[in-house]
Design a protein around this ligand. Structure first.
Ligand code: FE
Length: 142
């Protein structure tokens, strides 16, 4: 599903071709027991499902794009909710005509390569809780 090399508190993560990127990152964090960290990187995909949260309705709008696109940037954080790895990922995808689309990354299928850095934070976990006011899972620093 992926290969990696460790550099002190960071990992360089190379996801195998045709894998689901979000699932692979989650599996890697589970394997390494990373519940606090950050992830960023680049790559290419041929399908991606993006999510937009409408603050007025608190409803998610998901849309799938099935075409070859560059991952111009994938940035996210790694935290913990209810004892499980919780990923919050955003992505900017470059199309064939050099325009970009972007949003919250739900899932994407790798087609080419996906080269990421996973940084771990010193500490047991970065906890989240479901905030009723925003409808978001916010950091639990209460
Ligand atoms: Fe988000």
């Amino acid at each position: 599903m992926y290969k990696y090399r460790q550099f002190k508190d960071k990992f360089v993560l190379s996801i195998d071709n045709h894998q689901k990127i979000a699932a692979a990152i989650a599996e890697f964090c589970k394997e390494k027991k990373i519940l606090a960290g950050a992830v960023y990187g680049i790559g290419a995909v041929n399908e991606a499902t993006l999510r937009f949260l409408d603050p007025a309705t608190k409803k998610y709008v998901d849309k799938t794009f099935a075409e070859q696109m560059e991952i111009c940037n994938l940035t996210g954080n790694i935290s913990e909710k209810d004892g499980q790895v919780y990923l919050h990922l955003h992505v900017t995808l470059g199309r064939r005509d050099y325009t970009c689309i972007g949003g919250h990354l739900l899932e994407a299928t790798l087609n080419g390569a996906c080269e990421l850095v996973v940084e771990t934070l010193d500490g047991p976990s970065l906890p989240r809780y479901a905030d009723p006011e925003t409808g978001l899972n916010l950091y639990d620093f209460r």
